[in-house]
Design a binder for this molecule. Structure first.
Ligand code: ZN
Length: 488
């Protein structure tokens, strides 16, 4: 077992030795998507990062219970209980039932996770499947005196909680700072304090997703679901809690407060957060017009993309940044990743064909140690990849006759690459644009299409494009010519 594993803990803002609560077992909870819209790329990065963490913990010999929830109710537009219910609003827009919205976008989420080759979590609980647990937790917080009721709404009392607890412990901000960042309460506000947040929200009669509770018909607040579900499946205290860093200030801060109000202890010992995405150095967001969806990235249909990039090229691209660093998307960087991934796959294919006329050496074990050490140091994938590429150079050298390898070392080399590339990094071989035979065939079809276009036979050229699309090959015309991406 490669140890010691060290993890950056947002709570202490330092890298700490990882000591699980129960020897050889790890409980990990990651905040999942709110399934009211297409999954955005920031989420893909977060879930891919935790997928690699899950995979590496398993490689280290831990038995991991990985819980990732689905938020399918109770999330208002503003994280601080403001605005419309996200599901109700989207349902109105798409003229569907809220649960049809949930079904549609849960399906989409699972499809994207499969494309990125993310393993399913051990348990994937939904908020609507745990209404009773959320009501129970709310009752307990009320009974302990940390919450109050106003006309069917239950609010968490942050001022009272803060008398004995540090509410801003996760974000490392004091109460005055946090208050500065929130708006003044208006006359119609029923909350006692600006930072108070809803545990239970009274539903208007027309609200489609509402449940019976001791306080009348309503629905749970967003934050209480994660406290309820993590406690149910991982216990009052567990090892790792993760999510995107945008969750630190409100969602995770409130989760800690809820848990402490119930059981006197925060839920997790290690809090891990993934950083955000940028595009050509600018923060990725819908409002900036640079927030492309996974599908747009795979097919190259967003105006900022020169071409499409296959899911494994994107996964490899993500691995090249540490999960706590920002990840900057640009066509150059994506194309470099595409080449790097192809180089890695080609080298792996060579391993079986290497001649074995060398003497035993410690080189392969040293390489494995270096890769393990990088991953043990807060899951440093870019450094581990850099070491693997030393191995790629070695493979190519042996193939060219510049270096030699023994039989045993060749077996160890293959195992090292399979362990890291497939099992830990979760990459897989793709029948993609890098497949030479397929690439040649598509090029022949593209030439025929270009001929048809030149003859102004647009019916034939469009038919070829559509047939390729039906076969999972998306083509994109530009000034420089036509490129294609395999997405099927
Ligand atoms: Zn959560």
């Amino acid at each position: 077992m490669p140890k010691p594993l060290r993890i950056y803990n947002t709570l202490s803002r330092t890298i700490e030795d990882f000591k699980p609560l129960h020897e050889d077992k790890v409980g990990m909870y990651v905040c999942g998507p709110t399934v009211y819209n297409y999954l955005h790329l920031g989420n893909c990065r977060t879930f891919s990062s935790f997928d690699i963490i899950f995979r590496f913990l398993t490689y280290c010999g831990y038995k991991v219970r990985y819980v990732r929830n689905i938020t399918d109710a109770g999330h208002l537009e503003g994280d601080r209980d403001e605005g419309d219910d996200k599901f109700a609003k989207r349902a109105k827009l798409e003229q569907l039932e809220p649960m049809e919205i949930v079904q549609k976008y849960t399906q989409y989420f699972h499809d994207v996770m499969r494309e990125f080759n993310c393993l399913p979590p051990s348990i994937e609980p939904t908020a609507t499947g745990h209404i009773i647990e959320q009501i129970e937790l709310t009752k307990q917080i009320l009974a302990n005196g940390w919450a109050y009721e106003v006309e069917g709404n239950i609010y968490f009392d942050v001022a009272k909680y803060s008398q004995d607890n540090n509410y801003g412990v996760l974000s490392n901000r004091n109460l005055a700072d946090l208050l500065d960042g929130t708006r003044e309460l208006g006359g119609q506000d029923e909350k006692h304090g600006r930072l108070d947040f809803a545990l239970w929200i009274k539903a208007k009669p027309e609200h489609l997703m509402q449940w019976q509770s001791p306080w009348g018909m309503g629905f749970p607040g967003w934050h209480i679901e994660c406290s309820a579900m993590s406690q149910k499946y991982l216990g009052q205290q567990f090892d790792i809690h993760g999510g995107g860093m945008d969750l630190i200030a409100t969602h995770h801060t409130n989760e800690i407060a809820q848990n402490c109000a119930c059981s006197g202890t925060g839920p997790a010992r290690y809090w891990m957060h993934t950083n955000m995405l940028t595009v050509n150095g600018v923060r990725m967001s819908k409002s900036a017009g640079n927030g492309f969806l996974p599908d747009e990235l795979f097919k190259g249909t967003h105006p900022l993309l020169e071409k499409g990039y296959s899911p494994m090229s994107v996964r490899f691209f993500m691995l090249q940044s540490h999960y706590r660093s920002t990840l900057d998307f640009s066509n150059e960087a994506l194309q470099a990743a595409e080449k790097g991934y192809a180089r890695l796959m080609s080298a792996m294919k060579l391993i079986d064909t290497l001649k074995t006329d060398g003497d035993a050496s410690a080189y392969i074990q040293e390489l494995r140690n270096k890769c393990e050490f990088a991953m043990c140091e807060d899951f440093n994938t870019p450094i581990a990849i850099a070491h693997l590429f030393e191995g790629v150079t070695f493979i190519n050298n042996v193939n060219d006759g510049r270096e030699k390898i023994s039989v045993a070392d060749k077996t160890a080399l293959k195992k090292l690459f399979y362990d890291f590339v497939f099992d830990i990094f979760g990459l897989k071989e793709e029948l993609g644009s890098n497949n030479e035979t397929l690439s040649d065939v598509v090029k022949i079809i593209l030439e025929q299409r270009a001929d048809a276009k030149a003859r102004k036979d647009f019916a034939s050229s469009d038919a070829l494009r559509d047939k390729l699309l039906a076969a999972g090959i998306v083509i994109k015309d530009s000034k420089e010519g036509t490129t294609f991406t395999v997405v099927g």
